[in-house]
Ligand binder design. Sequence first.
Ligand code: GLN
Length: 567
Amino acid sequence: MSNLKPSENSHGAGKTKKSHKYIFVIGGVMSGVGKGITTSSIGAILQSKGFVVNLMKVDPYLNVDAGTMNPVEHGEVFVLDSGLETDQDLGNYERFLNRSLTGDDYITSGMVYKHVIEAERALKYGGKCVEAIPQIRDEIIRRFEKSAKVNKSDITVVEIGGTVGDYQNVMFIEAARVMKVMHPNDVAFVMVSYMPVPPMLGEMKSKPTQNAIRQLFSYGVNTDIIIARSEVPMDEKRREKIAISCSLPTEQVISAPDIESVFDVPLNFEKGDISHILLKLLHLRKKQNETGMKEWEKFANVVKNTKDTVDIAIVGKYFNTGDFVLTDAYVSVLEAIKYSSYKLGKKAKIHTVNARDYEGEKAKNADFKALEKYDGIIVPGGFGESGIEGKLAVIQYAREHKIPYFGLCYGMQLMVIEYARNVLGLEDANTTEINPKTKNPIIDIMPDQKKLLEECNYGGSMRLGAYDANLEKGTIAYEAYGKDVIQERHRHRYEVNPEYVEKITDAGLIFSGKSPSGILMEIAELPRKEHPFFLGTQFHPEFLARPLAPHPLFTEFIKAAIKIKTK
Ligand code: GLN
C-alpha cells in the first residue's frame, strides 16, 4: 500500500466517514462510446435502490472550466446553478438523476493545479517541495471527498474523462487507486470499453479491450466491471475471454450493445444485474426504501412507442465540423425539445438550419417559405457576429408568418432587436456585442461586464448560474410556470438596454419576466392574440429540462407547435 495515511494529506484527504463508497468509471480503447451515459445510468439505478448518489466528472484538460472552449470542438458548455461552466456530461447526470448538481461535482486538471499553485504561492505548504505526487493527487482526493460531503451522499460515482493510456488523466487514476488502497471495500472500478466488429472481418474483436485492461493494470488498478460497448450484443465466448483476461467472474462483464434510446441503458444494465454486483463489490446491503425505476421505465416506453411527430428547427451556427454535422453544441436544447414533445404525445423531429444560409449573398436565394414546413423555430444561445443577420431574418419571418418561435439567450436578444428594427423602425438597432457604435444599442453590455472585458478577463466572468425572476400575471410565461417567482440559469454578458424598455413595451412587446430589481429583462413575449408563441428568455431554460420533469416553457412552445401542425 502507499505510504499515504489519511492524516498525512496536505488538505485533510481521507477525513470523510470511512464507509463512503466510490465508483470510478474509466474509458478503454476510445472515447465517445458512452462513459457519460454509463455513469448517469449507474447513478440512476443506485438512486432507485434508495441510495443518495452524487455524480462527478473529472476533465483532464488544463482549462479551469469548460467556459472558454469552442462548442464546435467541445460540445455544449453546461452551466450549473452555482454558475460553474462544465462539460455537457453534467447535463446528462442531472437529467438522469432528476436533480441539480453542485459546483463541487466537476473537476478539471486546471482547477486542481491552479489551487495547488496558488496555495504554494501563499506558503501553505510550509516550505515543502510541491509536486504532482503527493500534492496534486491529494488535492484531487480532497475534491472527491468534498463533493461526497457536500452532497451528503452514500455513493459517489466519478467519471474520469479521456481514455486509459492518456497522459492527462493519469493523476486522477492514481488518486482513485490510492483511495482503493486506503479503503479496499469502499471503492469499485468500472471500465467502459469498445469491442469493434470490423466489417471486413465480420467478427467481434476483444483484443483492444484486453489491451486497455492491461494498460489500466499497469497503473495498479484492476477493473471490477467491464461494460463492453459494441454495435451488437457480445457472445458468451468473448465475454469469457474478457473475463479471464482481467481475472473477473463472467457476470462482471456486461454486454452493452447499441440501442435505439439512451433511456433504455439503465434498464439494460439492470438486466445484467449491475446494481447487485456493485452493492456486493462495495459491501453494501440492500436498502428498504427502494423506489424502483417504474417512472423511468414508463418514460423509456413512451420514447419507444411515440410515433406522431412535430417538426422543430434549430437555427444555429455551431453545426459543421469538417465533413460532419454535429448537434453536440446544442444537446440540452435538443433534449428539452424531446421531453416536452413526449409529454404531449409527440416525437420531435429536429432539423438543423444553418443561420448563415439566410444572410449576405445567400439571403437573396434563400427559400424563406421553406421555413413554414417547421411547426416551431428555435434560435438558441450564441456569441459573436457570424450568422446574426440570418437569424434576424428567420425571426422576422417567424413573427410575420406566425410560426411559433422560441429564443434562448442570444435568441431572445435578437428577437428584441428584430422587433426594434422592424416594428419600432429603429433600422440600426443592434447589440453592442456586434456593433459597439450603433446609435440604438437595444442590447448592451452591463457596466461590470465591460470592465471585465477591458481587462481581458474572459473565463468564468459572464452573468452565470441561477438567478430569480419575477413573472407578470396574465402572460404566456406566467401561464406556463404557474407561479410568481422562478429561478433559471444564465450565461451571458449582454442585456436588454433599460433605456429602451419603455419604447419597446409601448410598441407591443411584453417583458413578462424581470429580475427582482426590475432592471434586467428576463423574458420577452408577444401577446397570444397577436402570435401563437413568440417568446424569448435571457436565461437558458434548457439546462433545467429533465426527462421526468420537462421544462414548462418548452412544453408551452411545443403545444403551440402542435396546434399549428394540426391546423
Ligand atoms: N452573446 C450573448 C451575450 O453574451 C448571448 C450569450 C448566449 O446566448 N449564451 O449576452
